[in-house]
Design a protein around this ligand. Sequence first.
Ligand SMILES: Cc1cc2nc3c(=O)[nH]c(=O)nc-3n(C[C@H](O)[C@H](O)[C@H](O)COP(=O)(O)OP(=O)(O)OC[C@H]3O[C@@H](n4cnc5c(N)ncnc54)[C@H](O)[C@@H]3O)c2cc1C
Length: 549
Amino acid sequence: MPILPPGINETDFSAALGQFAETVGTNWVFTSDEDVALYRDAYSPFWGSDEEKLASAAVAPESVEEVQQIVRIANRYRIPLYPISTGKNYGYGGSAPVHSGSVVVDLKRMNRVLEIDERNATCLVEPGVSYFDLYNAIQEKGAKLWIDCPDPGWGSPIGNALDHGLGYTIGHFRDHFGSHCGMEVVLPNGEVLRTGPGGVPGSKTWQQYQYAFGPQLDGIFSQSNFGIVTKMGFWLAPEPEAFREDTVAVYNHDDLIPLVDVTSYLTNSSISNGLPGLGSPLLRAIGTSWGGPDSDPEHIALLQTSDRPALERYGREKNIPYWTCNIKTYGPKEVINAQWAHAREKFASSIPEATFTEGEKLEFPLTYEQGEEYQQGRIAGGRVDFGIPNLSIFQIISRTPWNPDPKFGHYYFSPMIPKTGEAIFEASKVFTEAYDQLGLPRPPQGITSLPALYYQRSAMLLMALQVTRNVEVDRKNRSAFKELVKIAAEHGWGEYRTPPAFQDDVMNAYSFGNNSLRRFNETIKDAIDPNGIISPGKSGIWPKNMRKA
Ligand SMILES: Cc1cc2nc3c(=O)[nH]c(=O)nc-3n(C[C@H](O)[C@H](O)[C@H](O)COP(=O)(O)OP(=O)(O)OC[C@H]3O[C@@H](n4cnc5c(N)ncnc54)[C@H](O)[C@@H]3O)c2cc1C
């Protein structure tokens, strides 16, 4: 038996495991070292240290009734549980619990696609359904619907949405929690609650209307430890007719300000509904799709200086833009062509020097070959732009000519900042200085990261810290991460999501009103989960008996 939940004696733990086995069958309670090791976070920043967060066992129920029974047993013996859907939360904790010694409730066997409604473009799924499963179910039904998936397709709509995950297709579908509709939750006392119209027995609009009568509770079950979600509805996108991707290029440093402003105008007025992609060929920013790697020594030398006018001049002479933005639009062919013509006009009137390149123009459904072709040469994006799940993102972290010395994983420092050029400049300066001060290796271009614009009205920085499996280096990186969280908070930037190692730190940064947010969460926790059995410590919410002074 690997480890015990803290404060639980061996007799009680064995009794609880025995009752779990009576509930789900002995084959579905995992206690051997070999089985429990599968729930380690392969990307753990604690790997090899005593602080690594480990499960004590795992249990895999097949039905809502079995989940209810597991929760009742856990209450009886005060066993901490940690629910996962597909458990692929790499970069944000994998399937390992926040509180070491928790029993992982692995929902992989609850993997039914319960409903696909083509007329209303909705679906209802269980937690073990992966993006691949949902995509296949839609294809098998022949429904003209798109899912929106994150880069790795092996995760689940429910697990991803509950951790506020994001994807790549059309407008609000990219926000996976925001485009859910209706939840079923097993509460810490074993009762089952349905949110939204699901509160009406036999509801006919559970996946169609997002509110209920009274307070909308859905949000309190995301990034939280208030229940185990057993069903969730999602809105799907009707397959669009066509897609086009065009690039705007600008040549001055300060052009980023109008570039972002016009992009926001286009997004906020739904003139362009795809995920805009910022890049900087001149700064050789990661993720920029503009020609191949440039090894001109003059360029490399200029990047080491702070002579911005000289760099801008060099960029103009060599036609290497300071900034680019890919504008993607989905819809009827004639409509998106007219939308691009309007977008182009808007950019040109704000930035007269801007140049434009027409890119991919596609009609749906794609052939497999078109999907392959589009994928080629892309670091991110590619098939996920069309809601086709795949795993090709892992090429960026595996051994390749560009990455000859791959590490053992990464975790993201990911603060949300305003979606303006000014904020990007400020964040770049703040974090470049912070990286230097903390001794973190920074990219030569002096900008730590260009933000991702998944959300319509805010920008997300994604700065990866490497997992090295060198205990000392990982310890230093963890302490640097904690400092980054504090520095971000001093500037009014909070993180959108974080691995278990830093959840207390991130919650500490949300300190408005003498930490009223955390205290309110704790009040709910104490009221609905007095024994503190569901995911103790998740998002910095600890039950009363484990709360530090
Ligand atoms: C290379 C790479 C690229 C990535 N790209 C993206 C990306 O594009 N977009 C993105 O969003 N993420 C991305 N990720 C992060 C992650 O892989 C995905 O978000 C993944 O979908 C999360 O895993 P999952 O769906 O299996 O969720 P899970 O691991 O099952 O769940 C996530 C968390 O939610 C909670 N939870 C899960 N199920 C339940 C439940 N039923 N009830 C209560 N609580 C529950 C648990 O606390 C769990 O830890 C990436 C990771 C890597 C390594």
